[in-house]
Design a protein around this ligand. Structure first.
Ligand code: BG6
Length: 478
């Protein structure tokens, strides 16, 4: 279904995110027939380019990062014709009147701030001063949204000077992932799970986002943030909210975000012994984190595991184990709901523990499976084994799964449609920082040194102990 005609201005249009994600994503939406022919995408950046030079840059970006199906595509020239470019600098006046002159009445105007957060204020001010943004305009902002509660509050205040909350779209690309949305479909579209979704039946929940990549060229940024700010405060918290929230009355922005906010506010403070920080070490083939980040004395964590708890009726006493890290054994992101043991086994001689586990695999190999206990085939009596009821989306949905839009393209189309359900509200981001800040302050005060772990492993041994000492174990990173 095509969206309304739009003018999308991408500030930071020559940057990495624009070339790798935003423009290839928009091209895929164009190919899917979702982008009306008179819509425009206007790149805006400091570089003194003309529209053709930017189009060349976009073409290169699509060829390098868009995947084989987009490379050299016949329809690329038609897409590029819908692109334009203006050279602007948030700190000088030049260029802004030209951008203002390009704006058309009666089309959706959206402004993507794909720039350092330090520039958000100046950009908002320029858009206002030159009447480039109007009452219906939307702005899209990227993480990091602050580096603590104070800076996030300051950013919210800055944006609020010129834009209402319903005009601000704070992107967390995890919310645009197909399986993450499926999590809500599974929870609230089936009668089966919701009655069991509480501390009577759930033993614990694990959320793992494991990556094989290191920090590579992003050391400068990453060394000042670390896994807690880069991944936990946003992506893992969002996953936790969707798993733990009460059913919203409607699938609608206000209702969904209210419920997520309640979860974040109910998170208990985390004691130091429920946190494990790690940093990857060098091995014979790969450099260490410190080498890659260019900081030989860095104490920044490239891995973190946390035992979190939610203080409310539904979840009291249920640990939520969160874990994320770089240079781990495999790229593997999964949410696992581990149900409790049976109260009593009727099968004599069966002493093994059988547990139902609902696993939601975010990537790769997206899908959902439910481990169930069945009888081992054969004449050997009632011997029980555990097997998954497997719904790998690629198998169950075939081409439909392959054609699902990627996170960025879906979210950008939601901006044009004016749907904020999958974006973070200002109060949510602040609440997430309010939980994160004391954790970070705690280890800074203690001068905590992260535990070293081998590249290609599952993280530091202490993270294994976090569960072992409670009689539990992490799911394998495969
Ligand atoms: C980004 C982080 O937000 O998410 C990166 O800044 C991380 O450090 C990335 O690699 C992971 O995203 P995805 O979609 O590859 O899981």
């Amino acid at each position: 279904i095509p969206v309304d005609v739009f003018d999308l201005v991408i500030f930071g249009g020559t940057g990495d995110l624009a070339r790798r994600k935003i423009l290839p994503g928009l091209f895929r939406r164009f190919l899917a027939g979702q982008m009306p022919p008179d819509s425009r995408i206007i790149g805006a950046a400091r570089a003194d380019l003309d529209a053709d030079a930017w189009r060349d840059m976009v073409r290169e970006g699509i060829d390098s990062f868009g995947g084989p199906e987009l490379r050299g595509h016949d329809s690329l020239p038609a897409f590029l014709r819908q692109l334009d470019y203006v050279s602007v600098d948030a700190t000088v006046e030049e260029g802004w009147p030209k951008l203002a002159a390009l704006m058309r009445p009666d089309v959706v105007r959206a402004f993507y701030f794909s720039v350092a957060p330090g520039l958000f204020g100046a950009l908002a001010e320029r858009l206002h001063q030159h009447a480039i943004a109007d009452q219906g305009s939307r702005i899209v902002v990227e993480k990091p949204f602050g580096r603590d509660l104070d800076s996030a509050r300051a950013l919210n205040r800055t944006l609020a000077e010129h834009f209402r909350e319903d005009q601000i779209y704070r992107i967390d690309h995890y919310l645009g992932k197909e399986t993450v949305q499926n999590l809500m479909a599974v929870r609230f579209g089936n009668i089966l799970f919701e009655p069991l979704w509480n501390n009577h039946y759930v033993d614990h929940i694990q959320i793992t986002v494991a990556e094989t990549v290191g920090v590579e060229g992003r050391g400068g940024y990453y060394d000042k943030s670390g896994a807690m700010r880069d991944m936990v405060q946003n992506h893992l918290m969002q996953l936790l909210c969707l798993i733990a929230m009460e059913p919203p009355a409607q699938f609608e922005a206000g209702a969904v975000r209210d419920e997520k906010l309640k979860v974040i506010r109910a998170l208990k403070p985390v004691p130091a012994h429920h946190i494990v920080r790690g940093q990857y070490d060098a091995n014979h083939e790969a450099p260490s984190y410190r080498d890659e980040a260019g900081n030989p004395r860095s104490f920044t964590e490239s891995f973190i595991a946390i035992r979190a708890e939610i203080a409310n009726w539904r979840w009291s006493g249920v640990p939520f184990y969160l874990r994320t890290g770089k240079k781990l054994r495999a790229r593997h992101s999964e949410i696992a709901v581990v149900f409790k043991d049976l109260p009593h086994s009727i099968f004599e001689g069966d002493e093994r523990r059988h547990r139902n586990i609902l696993s939601i695999r975010l990537q790769p190999n997206e899908g959902i499976d439910l481990t169930v206990t069945i009888k081992e085939p054969g004449p050997g009596g009632m011997r029980l084994i555990d097997r998954p009821l497997d719904m790998t989306f690629a198998k169950a949905l075939g081409e439909e799964a392959a054609e699902a839009p990627d996170a960025y393209e879906r979210l950008i189309m939601d901006v044009i449609r004016g749907n904020q359900t999958l974006f973070m509200r200002g109060d949510e981001v602040e609440a997430a920082w309010a939980w994160t800040d004391p954790i970070i302050e705690g280890w800074e005060k203690r001068n905590d040194v992260p535990k070293l772990y081998d590249s290609g492993s599952s993280g530091p041994d202490d993270a294994l102990m976090l569960l072992h000492r409670e009689g539990r174990r992490w799911r394998d990173i495969r």
